[in-house]
Design a protein around this ligand. Structure first.
Ligand code: NAD
Length: 412
């Protein structure tokens, strides 16, 4: 059992005990309902055949069709995919979208393939998946190394399989091909809505709060953009090559332009610093938006933020969590903070099924309502149960899933 799956199960068992779930429900939810493991053969440009491994874990169908991304990476493992599928179940339940959780992966150095090889690999993976996905069964989405282009290829394969166009089988599609407006910025925007609500509840203004963004990619850039529009000051940002810091605040749009043209944030403005130094900066809000495990036992004692809003999935290790809590550092957990992405994916699916498309204003407004409502729910449970926000979010998510299971399985 690798660490990440062990971590996901331990987290679940702790919450299940607290909720006093029956042994049957606890056992049922502690494993994915289904795990598909298959070979994916495809043709390379030189005519040779490559065979790689593909996985799809469907953790839960209790609240609706399963929902979760697809990652193409050499480091993918079954245990990682299982853990991510379980986290998707809780995340969908926290924001109360009518889905269970799933995740898919292909063990492949995808970036090393040519564009034509990428298309053949993605379509071959999709063909293996076809019997197990569908608008009422399991709805994939992008994750590491996959984006709108891959979603379009998979949707095309599925549409040929069922014999008619079926955009609702997958989300994160290009807007020209059934995607929703506002999907690209949804996760970062959702982080900003959760942070805004957190300060409203605290009775403190968000204006002039100092923000550090660790990982200036899609999520980090959009969180920075929206938080700065809300009046916060972005004092530092970083990517894998290092960070920059300017106490008076960075011009976010110009920093994004610089990152797009040079591929990195360094050299834009302010003082250059390492990622470790950036995490230690004194600030009001830290948004980890890079990788899993960025805040760990060794650096958690030095984190300089008062609030951490987890844009990334699993950026804080369990050891770091305990240290941060002891130090009184507040945290908005990933299953709440970054749920804006799956929320707008849900909007995309609804629009595809209705064959009626919403304005960007509608998407933003509904996303805002859902993120604020979920933040209020988590805060209420944290106060009632006297637990931190991570435990509160899990209590909310797991109890919603368990309640759905109880409705259909009297013997549980
Ligand atoms: P991305 O690839 O666009 O951006 C990641 C950024 O992190 C890049 O700028 C990269 O340079 C930087 N980075 C990588 N290693 C780093 C390091 N060691 N230190 C500092 N920066 C580093 O990815 P993204 O879509 O923004 O996703 C970021 C995180 O958010 C991931 O954990 C992802 O699973 C999670 N997430 C994304 C979405 C979404 O809709 N994109 C939704 C939910 C969760």
């Amino acid at each position: 059992m690798t660490d990440v799956w062990h971590h996901a199960q331990e987290q679940f068992f702790a919450v299940a005990d607290r909720l006093k779930l029956s042994p049957a429900i606890k056992a049922f939810l502690s494993e994915p309902e289904v795990v598909h493991n298959f070979t994916v053969p495809f043709t390379m440009d030189d005519g040779s055949t490559r065979i790689v491994s593909g996985i799809r874990a469907q953790h839960s169908f209790a609240r609706g069709p399963a929902k979760g991304g697809i990652r193409f990476h050499p480091g993918v493992t079954i245990e990682e995919v299982k853990a991510l599928s379980m986290w998707m179940t809780w995340k969908c339940a926290v924001v109360n979208v009518p889905y269970g959780g799933s995740k898919g992966g292909m063990i492949i150095d995808y970036k090393a393939l040519t564009r034509r090889e990428q298309e053949r690999a993605t379509r071959a993976y999709a063909r293996r998946l076809l019997p197990y996905i569908g608008p009422d069964l399991d709805i994939p989405a992008p994750d590491v190394n996959t984006g709108p282009r891959e979603m379009a290829w998979i949707c095309d394969e599925y549409s040929h399989y069922v014999g008619h166009p079926e955009p609702a089988v997958i989300t994160g599609k290009p807007v020209e091909y059934g995607g929703s407006l506002g999907r690209t910025d949804a996760t970062g925007r959702g982080v900003a809505f959760a942070v805004q609500r957190y300060f409203e509840i605290k009775g403190e203004p968000l204006e002039r709060k100092r923000v550090v963004i660790h990982g200036f990619g899609n999520v980090g850039q959009w969180a920075a953009r929206v938080l700065s529009k809300m009046g916060a000051i972005i004092v530092a940002v970083s990517d894998s090559a290092g960070g920059i810091h300017a106490e008076e605040g960075l011009n976010v749009e110009a920093a994004i332009e610089h990152k797009e043209s040079t591929g990195r944030v360094s050299g834009f403005a302010g003082t250059e610093m390492s990622n470790e130094e950036l995490l230690e900066l004194e600030c009001d809000i830290l948004v980890p938006a890079a990788l899993e495990g960025a805040i760990h036992a060794k650096n958690a004692r030095k984190v300089g933020a008062k609030l951490i809003a987890e844009g990334a999935n699993g950026p804080t290790t369990p050891e770091a969590d305990a240290i941060l809590e002891k130090r009184g550092i507040a945290l908005i957990p990933d299953v709440l903070a970054n749920a804006g992405g799956v929320t707008v994916s849900y909007f995309e699916w609804v629009q595809n099924r209705q064959r009626m498309y919403w304005t960007i204003h509608d998407v933003h407004q509904r996303l805002r309502d859902i993120m604020r409502g979920a933040t209020d729910d988590v805060c209420r449970i944290a106060n009632e149960e006297k637990v931190n926000w991570r435990v509160a979010a899990y209590l909310l998510g797991v109890e919603r899933v368990a309640a759905a299971v109880r409705m259909t399985r009297a013997d549980f």
